[in-house]
Design a protein around this ligand. Sequence first.
Ligand code: DP6
Length: 354
Amino acid sequence: MSNETIQWHAGEAFWESPANIALVKYWGKYPGQLPMNPSLSFTLRESVVRIRMKYAPAGNGPGGLRSFALNGKPNDKFRERISKYIDSMKAYYPFLKDYGLDIESQSTFPHSAGIASSAAAFSALAMALGSIESGLSGKEIMDSGFLQKASFSSRLGSGSACRSVYGGFTVWGKSDHLPGSSDDFAVKIDDSAIHAAFHNLQDAVLIVDDTEKKVSSTAGHALMNGHDFRESRIAQAEKNLGNMLQALKTGDEELFVNIVENEALTLHGLMMSSRPGYILIKPGTIALIEKIRDFRQQNNINICFTLDAGPNIHLVYLDKDAGRVRPFIQQELLPLCKNGRWMDDGVGAGPKKK
Ligand code: DP6
């Protein structure tokens, strides 16, 4: 955008954006935050970050982040990360060179609760930047180009964030199985390619442990560079993606469950077999996995688990099974959770302008 088109004024953008949970995992990246393998996730409904971004002409000072508050309090750690991110975005949103930003962020879920808050936060930031840019140019259009740019920009903040700008199911990373897929941004899987059985997929996030994890995702990704299983992991993810797209399309529940659990255990297997190796799951994680598998076998109901880079379990089930699965969660799984804590989530519709 050239300076001629900027209408100099102050204002604010207020966006809410969700976290997502990967069914085929992004693990390992190349410089420029480009993924080693394609990944697939669904966007959550309840676990969201809200970003209020106030902007005002910077006058003679440099544009960029002026203040940052998380849940009402200043937060130096996040302020620094977001300030660097905003500076890096000046190349894509030139108005940032001339405007100061005051950002307030709030999340509906606790930090370290097994949900990647960075995916929600960076997608919300990118949506806010895009809407300020289009507002300043006088034409606020939220078309597919807007979402693609938001996905591209979110990716540069945190890789998995690029999948959160769409509702439903999303793929990030170039794959022969999905025309139009890209390493630069995520694409939404058309709802018509998702069987009705999966439209309302449920996700019970079961909290085993909420302490800060010992190894960050960023450090974990880096350990994939020299990993013994690197090439076979890349091939496995590609194969799992193809089969997952097939399962989602045809409503093949057994294939779905198979891939979801294979991906979750592979992710943690890759962590354990890194050099140095590390373990993020806890005894409580294994106890929940055993309960979930026993329930599936005994009741012939296709529930399954997945894991992020942490010990907490995401129990994924179809809404048609909710009547049988919910009492199981309450009676058998919550007693194994830390202080009985869990979050009742599921597929959501994507970011919202407030
Ligand atoms: C295990 O997106 O948090 O959740 O790109 O370094 O910010 P950075 O990593 P991040 O990694 C997420 C990894 C994962 C799997 C996934 O979401 O696909």
